[in-house]
Design a protein around this ligand. Structure first.
Ligand SMILES: Nc1ncnc2c1ncn2[C@@H]1O[C@H](COP(=O)(O)OP(=O)(O)OP(=O)(O)O)[C@@H](O)[C@H]1O
Ligand SMILES: [Mg+2]
Length: 284
């Protein structure tokens, strides 16, 4: 069997010092196999986002071990870190904030492609940009739109294209859909699922919605106060939680799952999205 893409062992992350010291992540271990989706759930403040940032080498006070594709993430030099940041990225945290308001969607993608030396000429950049927009289910005509001329769901598609176009293999989505309307949530989640299936993208999906996790995740990690309290195949953990804490999370969960039906899956599929963008997904 091949080794997991990501292996995390006894990870600890601290903030502050002295009496203000907070250990936000306290000895977390897990692995994610290539092409799988790990769901991370837990109450607010349980350390999910801190864990995500630590894995992506965005936190300083980290101890333990993080191994990505056989590389020791905590020991990367600058050049290696830059390469790592192309392969492992955060998406969706703030889809509007992470796009430059003055740059059209297509130009933003073309810029990233050129900076990374992936497109030699303007024409080549334009061609690749159109391809990537299609990959995320956007009509290439959207290349000319500024961020404020896109809906939330469309902006997330552009963000996703930007991560994928430089070679992302591992994506961390921290609350990717919490600000979207339920029908658009389902479209975006189904797009993530299809990218996992067709491109072998490996995901860490962070969220509060356990119905979404049941639909999306292969494995689930349940966090409480910086520690993992339960972990296992999503179907098992969510159907037969061993911990009272997990049962409480389940009881408190809203139900977006119903919207994740076949129709939504079809709307997110590339075939149907090549034409005009579905009605629910246009800006207000
Ligand atoms: N920059 C920081 N400085 C100090 N403490 C922090 C910082 N960021 C997070 N914390 C603390 O670390 C703990 C974990 O926070 P984190 O943001 O990882 O939680 P979370 O599980 O992502 O919560 P949510 O579901 O609300 O997003 C919390 O107690 C939080 O107050
Ligand atoms: Mg968070």
């Amino acid at each position: 069997m091949s080794r997991p893409l990501l292996e995390v062992a006894n990870l600890r992350v601290a903030y502050g010092a002295g009496w203000r010291r907070v250990e936000a992540v306290r000895g977390v271990s897990f692995e994610i196999a290539r092409g799988r989706c790990l769901g991370v759930v837990g109450e607010s403040g349980s350390g999910k986002s801190t864990l995500a940032r630590a894995i992506l080498a965005l936190e300083d006070r980290v101890s333990g071990r993080i191994e990505f594709a056989g590389q020791d993430v905590l020991a990367l030099d600058r050049a290696a870190k830059r390469a790592f940041r192309r392969r492992a990225q955060m998406v969706f945290q703030d889809p509007l904030g992470s796009l430059n308001p003055r740059v059209q969607a297509g130009a933003a993608l073309a810029e990233v492609l050129r900076v990374h030396g992936l497109a030699g000429t303007r024409a080549e950049a334009a061609r690749q940009t159109a391809d990537w927009l299609e990959t995320v289910g956007l009509d290439p005509a959207y290349a000319g739109r500024f961020p404020h001329e896109l809906s939330g769901g469309q902006r997330q598609r552009v963000n996703l294209a930007r991560a994928l176009c430089v070679g992302a293999e591992f994506l961390v989505a921290d609350g990717p859909v919490s600000s979207l309307d339920v029908s658009v949530q389902a479209q975006i989640l189904n797009l993530l699922k299809s990218l996992q299936e067709t491109r072998g993208i490996t995901w860490m999906l962070i969220g509060h919605d356990l119905a979404v996790m049941r639909h999306m995740a292969d494995e689930v990690l349940v966090m409480k106060a910086g520690e993992v309290v339960e972990r296992g195949p999503a179907a098992d953990v969510l159907a037969r939680p061993l911990q009272a804490y997990t049962r409480e999370l389940l009881d408190a969960a809203p139900d977006v799952a119903r919207a994740l039906d076949r129709r939504a899956a079809a709307a997110a599929s590339l075939e149907l999205n090549r034409g005009p963008v579905p009605e629910q997904d246009v800006p207000a």
